[in-house]
Each structure stands twice: as C-alpha cells, then as structure tokens.
Design a protein around this ligand. Structure first.
Ligand SMILES: Cc1cc2nc3c(=O)[nH]c(=O)nc-3n(C[C@H](O)[C@H](O)[C@H](O)COP(=O)(O)OP(=O)(O)OC[C@H]3O[C@@H](n4cnc5c(N)ncnc54)[C@H](O)[C@@H]3O)c2cc1C
Length: 425
C-alpha cells in the first residue's frame, strides 16, 4: 500500500494521461485477484470510494480521495487456439494480446493504440481497427472475473445480470481481474495510412467514399495541424482480398499527391502503424459526437485542434454474441475534437468553446449518443455517461447498480448512480 508522500506514490498514480492524474488517499498496487479483493474489503469497511487504473489512457475525473487499485502487475495472457479465445488479466495491454494471438493466426479486436489497456477498452465497448467487419470488442466477451462491492471474487458469464452490466457499464459494478474474450482469424490485412496536404478534398472524398465501401473496410480520417501546414491522415483496414482492397482504395489515392502512402499488405502485428498514435504520456482533452449522417464536412474544417472522424456501421450496428449494455449502435460516424499536448493542470474550460463550436455545428446530424471509451476527464460526468446507453438500458444499469453497489463504493470512474431511473425516450 502507498500513502501520500510515500516514495513511489507519484509514479504509481500517474498513467498515460498527465492532465490531472489521480491523487487518492491510498494506492494498492495489486498483483493478484486476492490483492484486489482485500483492497475492496478494506475500502468497504472504511467507507472509502474505489478507483481502478491499468494504464491511465482513459482517465475520468481524477480521484482526490479513497483507494486507487492499480492493475499493471496483473498482466498474464493465455491463448486457447482451439476455442480462439484469450484470457487476459486486468493490467494487460493490447500489444501483449496481439503478439500472443498472432502465433496462432488470430487477432483481438484491438484499437488504434496497442498500449491501451485491453480490459477497460473491451468493457467500454471497444471500437477497433476491424470494427466494421467484426463489431464491438465487447460483443466477444465470454466471461468476466470481478470483485464486487461485497469483496467477493465472482466468475460471471452470459445470462448473469452482472455480466450484462459489466460489459458496457464497466467500473461501476466492480473491479475486473480478468476477461475471457473471443479472437478473430486475422493474421494479415490490407491497410495502412495515406497522408495528404489537400485537407478539404481528402475529407470530402473520404466522406463520399465511406458511403460506397463494404463492411470489410474500416477507415477513419484525422486532420492534424502541424506548425506551418495541416495534414489529412486517412487510416485503412481491409479484411478482404488485398487486390480488392487496392481497387477500393483507388479513389482515395486519386485525391492528389500523397505525402506518405503506407497502404499495402501487412501482418496484424504491425497494425500500430495504421493510426500511429502517440506512445509518450501527455495531457489531452477530447470531446466527441456520434452522427447518423455527415452530409456536410464544413464544421470539421479550420478547427484549431485535431479532428478525427471514424466510419461506423457494418457489424457495429448488428449486436452479436451475448447481450450487453453497449449502446448507440445506430451511429454512422464518430467525430472527435482533440486538444493534445496540454501541460499538467491546464484548465480545460478555456478549450471548451472551440470544441463546442464544432459539435454545435454537427448537431443537426448528431444522435446525442456517446462512446464510453472516449469520455475523458471533465467530460466523463454522469450526464455524458448516461448518453453512452439506450434509455431503457441506462434504467436497467441504475437498477443493477442499486443491487450490486448500493453504497456507490465504485464511484471514482465513469459514474452510474445507484438511484433507479425510469427510461426517458
Ligand atoms: C491514444 C489512445 C487511443 C485510443 N484508441 C481507442 C480505440 O481505437 N478504440 C476505443 O474504443 N478506445 C480507444 N481509446 C480509449 C480507451 O479504450 C479507453 O480510454 C480505455 O478506457 C482505456 O483503458 P486503459 O486501461 O488503458 O485506461 P485506464 O485509464 O487505466 O482505465 C480507464 C478506466 O477504466 C476503468 N477500469 C480500468 N481497469 C478496470 C478494471 N480492471 N475493472 C473495472 N474498471 C476498470 C476505470 O474506471 C478507469 O478509470 C484510446 C485512448 C487513447 C488515449
């Protein structure tokens, strides 16, 4: 256990997001499920709220009190090639699963950055590189090991109400010690990145093109301002025949001269290069909208921060596997504004107007929904969290929260209150 002022306290509480890290009363660096169970028992007895951190990529509002359980030391991965499943402990990063699964010609439904924690990503939905072909990562969860507020370690499976709530509802229902997830038979793909200086043409062409592509094509675009110039970065993942992939990408290559073109056949183990996300911890603030359509890209042009638009639909819109709480499956585009490179302690209130202006301009096409995984910091309050779910699912989540965590022990996260609400359309 680490208290404030103990050597190692600062290193243990600080993860990838540097803007406003957790500052709890106590940190429990857990190495086993029993460590987690004891930490939860201690917190429950002392009436202290509980937070959990694996890597810090998805930090909600920082804990300023209570117990922080860190899971980075629980990092075993076991692949079962016969059932195409993986058992992953709470602190595992996607890069470990990608490497282990690839030895059997398999891949997890990982996302843009392999450094992200696999358990939290999956339980928050999990919008991956293969999303339109295979759907949300959450849809392939087979079993969850979790310590609940009564300090019991439980193994929950489809059919259990707690399974439904954890897969999508995540940290409000317990501290997950391990997941069993399904893998997909993808060893190689046709993918990579295209970079253009013709930002507006790239954005318009990509948008029109997304309306024509099959579900095997998952793509996104980022508009990134660099000193002196702005670059459009189109990311491609195609799970079909590479020759078909090349044909499909032809209209994008015709946008104009490419600053960089890495699209080609590649192993899934090289998929980090598709988005090329930053790997160094930093401060960032991000907001997003989910859109039912994107008829006009003008709101996304000339923005000060980084813009990212991901193409949704395909298998994401077709829930599969065991039912879970993941919502907003009708959205066709995810549009985010990112303010990167912020100094620790930056007040994000000053950044809000620029973010709001983009989302206000997109509002005629917005569904009003959110993706839990992309709700960070000051943007991870109860109202934003509510929008991650269908109204009737949110009502069920609050009822299950009242059942499983009536004292709101697990509240230092993306909070779901234990006050039962009735669905509002
Ligand atoms: C660079 C970058 C790229 C990303 N790319 C994608 C992407 O492509 N697709 C996508 O869907 N998301 C993406 N995300 C979002 C990411 O999936 C979420 O932020 C996710 O929550 C990060 O999990 P973590 O364990 O790495 O982070 P943490 O900050 O350690 O965890 C986030 C939260 O999850 C909860 N949590 C963590 N561990 C547990 C546990 N064991 N039991 C219960 N609750 C737990 C806690 O509330 C915690 O605060 C990205 C984020 C970043 C910063």
């Amino acid at each position: 256990m680490l208290h404030r002022n103990d050597p190692g306290y600062d290193a243990e509480r600080t993860g990838f997001q540097l803007l406003d890290p957790h500052r709890p009363d106590l940190i429990v660096p857990a190495a086993t499920p029993e460590d987690v169970r004891r930490a939860v028992a201690h917190a429950a007895e002392a009436g202290l709220p509980v937070a959990v951190q694996a890597t810090g990529h998805g930090l909600p509002q920082a804990a300023t009190e209570g117990v922080l359980i860190t899971t980075g030391r629980m990092n075993a991965v076991t692949i079962n090639p016969d059932t195409a499943t993986a058992r992953i402990e709470a602190g595992v990063r996607w890069e470990q699963v990608i490497e282990a699964a690839a030895r059997h010609g398999l891949a997890p439904l990982s996302g843009s950055s392999p450094s992200v924690g696999a358990v939290s990503y999956t339980l928050g939905g999990g919008l991956g590189l293969l999303a339109r072909t295979y759907g949300y990562a959450a849809d392939r969860v087979r079993a969850v090991d979790v310590v609940t507020a009564d300090a019991e370690l439980r193994h929950v499976t489809p059919g259990d109400d707690l399974f439904w709530a954890l897969v999508g509802g995540r940290a409000g229902f317990g501290v997950v010690t391990a997941l069993e997830i399904g893998l997909v038979p993808v060893a190689r793909l046709y993918g990579g990145a295209l970079h253009f200086e013709q930002v507006e043409t790239a954005l318009r062409t990509w948008r029109d093109w997304t309306e024509t592509v099959p579900d095997e094509m998952t793509s996104s675009i980022a508009i990134i301002p660099f000193p002196g110039r702005t670059v459009a970065h189109i990311r491609i993942t195609y799970t079909g025949d590479p020759r078909e992939g090349e044909e499909l990408v032809r209209p994008l290559r015709a946008i104009g001269p490419r600053l960089l073109d890495t699209v080609g056949e590649m192993p899934y183990t090289a998929s980090a290069a598709i988005h090329n996300d930053p790997t160094t911890p930093s401060g960032y603030f991000a907001t997003h909208s989910l859109l039912r359509e994107l008829p006009d890209v003008t709101p996304l042009l000339g923005v000060r921060g980084v813009i990212e638009v991901r193409h949704l639909g395909g298998a994401l819109a077709r829930p599969q596997g065991a039912p879970n709480a993941v919502g907003n499956r009708d959205a066709r585009y995810f549009a985010a504004v990112l303010s990167p490179g912020l100094a620790p302690g930056t007040d994000v209130a000053a950044l809000r107007p620029a973010h709001d202006a983009v989302h206000d301009a997109l509002s005629p096409w917005a569904t009003g929904g959110r993706l839990l995984n992309f709700l960070y910091g000051a943007n991870a309050g109860p109202e934003q969290v509510r929008r991650a779910y269908e109204p009737e699912d949110y009502a069920r989540l609050t009822a299950l929260k009242a059942k499983w965590d009536p004292d709101h022990l697990f509240r230092l996260n993306h909070p779901i209150p234990p006050e039962v609400v009735t669905p509002t359309p």
